[in-house]
Design a protein around this ligand. Structure first.
Ligand code: SAM
Length: 301
């Protein structure tokens, strides 16, 4: 049996036996809806974002066994599979896996599995490369989730994560106040509301770009009042990103030092802060905490 079949067989067996855990119903329903409704494959942007947020190029992926931890509808699986990797596995909690399977149906090196990062359905030490973009911050206990992913690395394997950054106290206050309401709204109301709010994102974008100071300030005030409304230039991505921010119950924000602490406590080496000097694909793209590290090739224990 080849490596791909073994991983997939193990995955099905363990998924079935995993006990129902913390209440993640809202996370599941949000992303099941979001990624099946908004199939926002944007290859040029996705390729640039993948490269910027993972630091991975074709040479790193060639012949590797790779995990996309929280793959959503598979936009980065598609990009990773452009390199000649041995196997690329997408794992996601929600029915986004249906969209991910569809997005990658022409890419035989990709396998998509439904499961929880906190109880991953894979044996320890299975992967050469793990990347997890915008996922760990949507879990109930981010450090425990991270630790569980780090345990899946082969000796010498590398993991990279991107999570939301902790903002200033005033911005955090605004965010929490808005999300206290939005996360209680049924998705059947919140999703159309996000569509209605999308033009506000376009307006904020225009105001923020103004050279006339009072107009720019108006843009900043409007942004604070509608902090989760995306300013992405593409209208469909704007709606999707806005829902992504207002809907899920778990959305923690972190400092680089905190995330570096997760890496150190998990025993990882070569820890690098990729978010220190970020490259943006478009103006207004969100900043993040973006850290990579490696499991020592030879265990020190
Ligand atoms: C913001 S989306 C990011 C998706 C993808 N990484 C991307 O950037 O397109 C977060 C994803 O994490 C998944 N997720 C959240 N908690 C999870 C968990 N405990 N286990 C596996 N996936 C999880 C959600 O279902 C969702 O698809």
């Amino acid at each position: 049996m080849d490596h791909s079949s073994r991983l997939q067989e193990g995955a099905s067996a363990r998924s079935e036996s995993s006990a129902p855990g913390l209440d993640q119903a809202r996370t599941k329903s949000t992303y099941s809806l979001q990624w099946n409704r908004y199939r926002i494959l944007r290859p040029d942007e996705d390729r640039a974002t993948f490269r910027n947020h993972t630091g991975l190029g074709p040479a790193d992926l060639a012949g590797a066994v790779v995990l996309d931890a929280g793959c959503g509808m598979g936009r980065y699986l598609r990009i990773a599979a452009e390199a000649p990797a041995a196997l690329i596995v997408g794992l996601d909690l929600s029915l986004a896996v249906l969209a991910a399977r569809d997005s990658t149906r022409d890419q035989p090196a990709v396998a998509v599995v439904q499961g929880d990062l906190a109880r991953p359905p894979f044996p320890p030490g299975a992967f050469d490369q793990i990347y997890s973009l915008g996922v760990i911050d949507h879990t109930p206990d981010p450090e425990t989730t991270f630790r569980s992913l780090a345990g899946l690395l082969k000796p010498g394997g590398r993991i990279v994560v991107w999570v939301y950054p902790r903002e200033s106290p005033i911005v955090e206050l605004m965010m929490n106040a808005q999300r206290r309401v939005s996360t209680r709204l049924p998705l059947a109301i919140l999703d159309p509301l996000c569509r209605l709010l999308a033009p506000v994102g376009a307006l904020k974008r225009r105001l923020a770009a103004s050279r006339f100071r009072p107009i720019e300030r108006l843009g900043v005030a409007l942004h604070l009042a509608t902090i989760g409304v995306s300013m992405h230039p593409d209208p469909e991505v704007r709606v999707c990103d806005t829902l992504d921010w207002y809907a899920p119950r778990y959305l923690s924000r972190h400092t680089p030092e905190e995330v570096i602490g997760w890496f150190r406590r998990a025993g990882l080496d070569d820890v690098v802060d990729l978010g220190r000097d970020p490259i943006f694909y478009h103006a207004g793209q969100g900043r993040g905490v973006n850290i990579a590290g490696r499991r020592p090739a030879v265990s020190s224990g």
